[in-house]
Design a protein around this ligand. Structure first.
Ligand SMILES: [Zn+2]
Length: 147
């Protein structure tokens, strides 16, 4: 390809016509004349996104964990409910996994019972690139569970 015949700096990929003269120019200088030919291969637009996202999710067996920890510590459900400032029936539903505690309550339960109710789930989105038509294609999406 060689250097641009106008600025001498850019890489000449375009072939343009300027006042009857044919010049090899870079893409910046192509606007100075009539473009006769553009590079056959335009630089491929590739957008490589490596995004890391960590989400915290409540464990699937949170109810069992709470119940087991509570039994181990010999705390009655109504006592724990009082500690949590919640209704016993509400706690019962949580232990039966019919209700998912909100994060604040789950944190309090973790502290009170010395258990872990959250697990970290790491999502990694790898390599989103544009194909020749300029359409986005999604590469592999890897989901890694971290314990
Ligand atoms: Zn140039």
């Amino acid at each position: 390809m060689g250097e641009c015949e106008i600025c001498g700096a850019g890489e000449a990929g375009f072939f343009i016509l300027v006042e009857g003269a044919k010049l090899h120019v870079c893409y910046k200088c192509a606007k100075h004349g009539k473009v006769l030919s553009a590079p056959a291969t335009m630089p491929q637009r590739s957008l490589s996104v490596s995004r890391e996202q960590t989400e915290r999710d409540i464990v699937a067996d949170f109810g069992r964990k709470i119940r087991e920890a509570r039994n181990k510590m010999k705390i009655e459900r109504n006592v724990l409910a009082e500690l949590m400032n919640e209704k016993e029936s509400f706690l019962e539903r949580i232990e039966a996994e019919r209700t998912i505690p909100n994060e604040t309550l789950a944190r309090k339960l973790e502290k009170a019972l010395g258990i872990k109710l959250f697990e970290e789930i790491k999502h990694e989105h790898v390599d989103i690139r544009k194909d020749k038509k300029g359409e986005l294609t999604l590469g592999d999406v890897v989901i890694v569970k971290k314990k």
